[in-house]
Design a binder for this molecule. Structure first.
Ligand SMILES: [Zn+2]
Length: 295
């Protein structure tokens, strides 16, 4: 979902939100499903608008150089570190080169760059100061600037910020955005603590991950895929402003997918224009067969 300045969630700059399950309508006018037919006045025929995403001129990330930031006072406990911190480390290490990562590889920019399957994970940092919620992108960018002292000069830096703040009444689970750190374009994302949160729970029953880790992994796959195909919120999205993660949110197809290192994760799919055009995807919540999860 494309959220503009002064939208309901009062984000200070543009960001793209991952809604809670079944929650598109909670964020305002974009509750309509993309791609249903619309009548073309005067033609006498119904013309069906393609649900595919189109290119809007901006960059894609050819790779993503990822460093996770865990922010909040509770990230000192051994259980939190042993479960989610090490679990998220495993997630990003296994993501690179996976069939799941390849679901975003068809997207290119206008200068011949293409999303590539390889990403690089540069471990995490932990900031045990009190974390903020996700209502301000500038607060999260400031945290990135504080913790990432030398942002990736190639512009492919991606910094997911995992807070220990519960979602409360927010109508999103996570979001991604972009900004500038010491003159370098950076991509970053925000995550609530999702333990025991039914609105952001993929209901993973087959891997051995804790519920909170499984929930973070699913939204992490969504945000990273969107950041790769639409890093600066001006590349690939559909006529409703939905990016590749949004279009397949909360549809899973299989109980888990295996990453390149064999680790299993329950992850939503990502929209593929190619899969939709060739009828090779599985259906999203609107029944459009453009979702892939690389299994
Ligand atoms: Zn999204």
């Amino acid at each position: 979902m494309r959220v503009l300045r002064s939208a309901v969630v009062a984000l200070s700059v543009g960001a793209l939100l991952f809604p809670v399950a079944g929650g598109w309508s909670a964020a305002g006018a974009a509750g309509t499903k993309p791609g249903r037919g619309s009548a073309h006045a005067g033609s006498g025929f119904l013309r069906f608008r393609s649900p595919n995403m189109t290119y809007h001129g901006g960059n894609v990330m050819t790779t993503a150089n990822i460093k996770a930031i865990f922010w909040g006072t509770s990230w000192t406990t051994a259980s939190a570190v042993g479960d989610k911190v090490s679990g998220i480390d495993t997630f990003y290490n296994g993501f690179s080169g996976s069939n799941y990562a390849k679901t975003s590889d068809e997207y290119t920019d206008g200068r011949g760059h293409q999303v590539g399957p390889a990403t690089s994970y540069q471990n995490h940092v932990i900031d045990t100061s009190a974390a903020s919620g996700g209502s301000s992108t500038s607060v999260i960018l400031n945290e990135v600037v504080k913790e990432i002292t030398s942002p990736d000069p190639t512009g492919n830096g991606y910094y997911p910020v995992y807070t220990d703040v519960p979602r409360g009444n927010a109508n999103y689970c996570a979001w991604h955005s972009t900004g500038t750190d010491r003159g370098v374009t950076v991509q970053f994302a925000f995550f609530f603590r999702l333990d025991g949160d039914p609105g952001c729970d993929p209901q993973d029953t087959t891997t051995t991950h804790s519920q909170g880790l499984a929930a973070l992994a699913n939204v992490s796959a969504h945000e990273l895929s969107e950041a790769r195909s639409d890093p600066n919120l001006n590349a690939w999205y559909d006529s409703q402003g939905q990016e590749n993660g949004d279009k397949c949110a909360w549809t899973f197809n299989v109980p888990s997918v295996a990453f390149s290192d064999g680790t299993p994760w329950k992850l939503q799919g990502e929209w593929s224009n190619q899969a939709y055009n060739t009828g090779t995807g599985y259906p999203n919540a609107s029944g459009q067969r453009g979702c892939l999860n690389g299994h």
